[in-house]
Design a protein. Structure first.
Length: 429
């Protein structure tokens, strides 16, 4: 089910090649289909959304927007333990993200020059939440909490209707808890386009966040520039660094926690212990038999999973930084020894009692993370994802006079005479 290999120079290259080909695949037919949907929604608005919803979801509700009373009823009727769990998770997420909040600044100089920076939240943000068989209330919290802290004025959520045309109640509960302002029953590329352009009923947003299938991801990619997006997410991935102290039972369970997402998900174990490697492979065979999504897990582990026996600690660190995984677990005797050396990862989980699902649901750091090696240059979703900055400048006449010769010289080098003139007219000879 999963290959166990030793590092030899070639095994590492083969792994990198496999993962990069997975993330780099472009489905031209999907792009063509999504482009057509976007064009139709831009030109026809709600009518196009309704037609595509009937076509893809099987049933389109008479009214797209979910009545506020239905959202409140979902919260009232929900299992109290589930609501408490969401509230506890939201508190942890809030505490963590409050630390990310930035302040503007003003710099007043003795010569009368005043400069500064304003920071404020985006006006309106759209949140896409899957609502079918893959319904994720945790996604609502992870996207809404930092947006609220950033000062976003209005949160608009879109989620696909179920086959009977109603909303997934767990999603509505999370929306009520997180403070979503409006909820619309629509999904797929048509919902993304509706948020980007606005329709007769759906307001135009400034940014779209949230996960979705390949059609949703492609729509976000094609519409980037019309609106901002969080990131172009690829299949889920986990990489675990383990030494001889690691528990193979935990390692196998954590590798499968990501493999169950998708047949394209990657699960990689790097270890310096041959004993741990073999025991983990055996545990995978044992544990997967009891899991409902065994077929998906086995396919993902066969195609994009590997247990790699490394020669030493530094080799594991170097390979982890090269792979730049979405989730990186460190299951070693002294996990904090590794923390300062792991520069490329979406989120790092330290020790045997910090499994990846802890971050997905509860701990506080965001679970919207860069994938496909983009952790080399992208960061997790956070408060900064929902703000915009503006600088401002005030100069006195004397201060501008003091700077004018330098400005004129630079403008002259660039041959932008109108730029120079804008300065010169203020100081006639």
């Amino acid at each position: 089910m999963i290959n166990v290999v030793r590092t030899d120079g070639n095994a590492e290259k083969e792994l990198l090649s496999t993962l990069r080909s997975r993330s780099g695949k472009v489905n031209e037919e999907v792009t063509k289909t999504v482009s057509g949907i976007i064009s139709d929604v831009r030109e026809q608005g709600d009518a196009a959304v309704r037609a595509y919803t009937n076509r893809f979801d099987g049933h389109c509700p008479e009214v797209f927007e979910v009545d506020r009373e239905l959202i409140n009823d979902a919260l009232t009727e929900a299992d109290s333990a589930f609501v408490d769990a969401l509230l506890n998770a939201m508190e942890n997420i809030s505490v963590f993200h409050q630390r990310q909040k930035q302040q503007g600044f003003i710099d007043a100089k003795p010569n009368g020059v005043i400069m500064g920076q304003r920071i404020r939240g985006l006006d309106r943000v759209g949140l896409y939440v899957p609502g079918g068989t893959a319904a994720y209330p945790s996604t609502v919290l992870m996207n809404c909490v930092p947006a609220k802290i950033a000062g976003v004025r209005e949160l608009i959520m879109v989620t696909p209707p179920r086959k009977d045309g109603t909303a997934n109640p767990d999603i509505l509960v999370a929306a009520a808890v997180a403070g979503v302002d409006r909820v619309f029953l629509m999904g797929g590329a048509q919902a993304v386009a509706a948020l980007a352009f606005g329709t007769e009923t759906v307001p135009k947003v400034d940014k779209i966040v949230g996960p979705g299938n390949i059609f949703v991801a492609t729509a976000k990619k094609l519409l980037y520039g019309v609106v901002d997006i969080d990131m172009i997410a690829g299949p889920s991935e986990i990489l675990i660094i383990a030494d001889e102290s690691a528990n193979p039972v935990y390692l196998a369970a954590d590798l499968m926690s990501q493999a169950e997402h998708d047949v394209l998900a990657s699960s990689i174990l790097l270890t310096t212990s041959e004993t741990v490697a073999d025991a983990t492979a055996a545990e995978l065979e044992r544990q997967v038999a009891a899991l409902p999504r065994a077929e998906i897990i086995q396919k993902a582990l066969t195609d994009y999973g590997v247990i790699m026996i490394c020669q030493n600690q530094q080799e594991m660190i170097d390979l982890a930084n090269e792979l730049a995984p979405e989730h990186l677990e460190v299951m070693t005797a002294n996990p904090f020894d590794y923390l300062g050396k792991l520069d490329n990862a979406g989120s790092v989980f330290l020790g045997q009692y910090a499994p990846e699902p802890l971050g997905d649901y509860y701990a506080g750091p965001n679970h919207v993370l860069p994938t496909s090696g983009t952790a080399r240059f992208f960061s997790p979703l956070g408060v900064d994802s929902f703000i915009k900055k503006s600088s401002y400048i005030y100069y006195t006449e004397d201060a501008l006079c003091e700077a004018k010769d330098d400005i004129l010289l630079i403008a002259g080098k660039e041959q932008l005479t109108a730029h120079a003139n804008s300065i010169q007219v203020r100081f006639p000879l």
